[in-house]
Design a protein around this ligand. Sequence first.
Ligand SMILES: [Zn+2]
Length: 333
Amino acid sequence: MIRSFKYLALTSLVLSISFLALTLLGSSSSSIRYKAFNKKRFVYLRDVASYYGLSCWVEKNRTFIHNKNKTWQITFIHDKKEVSFNGVKLYLTDSIFNQGVQSYMSEDDFWLTIDPLLRSKSLKKHSAKTIVIDPGHGGKDLGGNNRLANEKDLVLRMAKRTADLFRSRGYHVILTRSRDVNMALQERVNYAQSIGASLFISIHSNMAPSAKAAPSIHGLETFCMTPAGASSTHGGTSSVFMPGNRYDRNNVALAYEVHRSIISRTKSNDRGIKRARFLVLKQISCPAILIETGFLSHPREGPRLLTNAYQNAIATGIVEGVDNYYRRIRAMK
Ligand SMILES: [Zn+2]
């Protein structure tokens, strides 16, 4: 993505970003320098690591950040957006670039993806009063399908299981649809807003782009809203700040906790935490995620998605992930 460092060298600024809050992990440095490149700011990964009291080193095409006992391990791949964060795959909105011993991450990715995951205090505190679960599609809109099922029916079953489990843990849960009915995307958002949703979780299942590709594509993806001015994982950019951007930091923390938890339950292939401006994520004004629970089109994962065991694992993963998310928020002073 970044081809030349000559320009960077000419325009580089070394300034520092001051932090008011203390970090979760204990800080050892109070400033993070950045460089400007093509009017965009990139922070030094070494400074980021040092700020959180973590170590950083560069090896071949990767930059590693971790703590002593390796309970925090982040691996950045040079010239790629893909990051391994404590073993979970997530996509930044800009590629990491490297020059010798220094690697850089865009300031937006630092503030809106990495910092919220490392520092709970950067999250907005909010209630857990009403969890809204949104089973995708419905009625005439079948969604994806395989020989055994339609997506609209599968995700409704998953949503109901998830709701039951949430309720058994004392949460108040409402589904956008609890029957096989057609519901426009904006209608789902309006309904969630009208009942004062605290969290919005949309559940879907996926399809490969072609029958030929189907046998090779499987796994879990979790989407959250793309920050204003950033590129979505599969393309597209917009500088407009939408209602879904109000909780940018919380969105990624919620996505991370739920994604990580589902993967640990299902052992699914990790296709990563991604950014998209899907209408339901864009228009909602509470923390929100959209989960693609697996590929109906895959010869093994498709039938597996229909089993009780797998659906229970998804439901448990979602509920545990949300529990962990709220635990982080409650721990804030
Ligand atoms: Zn869908």
